[in-house]
Design a protein around this ligand. Structure first.
Ligand code: FES
Length: 110
């Protein structure tokens, strides 16, 4: 089993960052990105209530289905229809996301 996964994150300036995250600490992707000093507002702290952790998934990893709360929040923030749109706080860091490529969404900006 893999203890550390690698994720590629493109920030709002278009710079790609390669980050590492442990799979055994119950982190979600938003927390992993913040821990790697990426600028993600994440106002609600991971409760699927703000959309300021929005991302676009650019690789074809199989991710957990969107919950109704996540879908409603993305819809309310007018980003639901953007391809690959997700809330990063709703994606657990696990082996399944090793090599994931994402782009920070416009709502993450400070
Ligand atoms: S941190 Fe608020 S919805 Fe993800």
């Amino acid at each position: 089993m893999k203890d550390i996964v690698t994720i590629f994150v493109t920030d709002l300036e278009g710079t790609e960052h390669e980050i590492q995250a442990p799979t055994d600490m119950n982190l979600n992707l938003m927390e992993a990105m913040k821990a790697n000093e990426l600028s993600v507002k994440a106002t609600c702290g991971g409760m699927a209530m703000c959309a300021t952790c929005n991302i676009r998934v650019q690789s074809d990893h199989e991710l957990p289905e969107m919950s109704e709360d996540e879908e409603a929040m993305l819809d309310e923030a007018f980003v639901l229809d953007i391809e690959g749109s997700r809330l990063s706080c709703q994606i657990p860091v696990s082996e399944k996301i090793d090599g994931l490529r994402v782009q920070l969404g416009e709502l993450t900006g400070e």
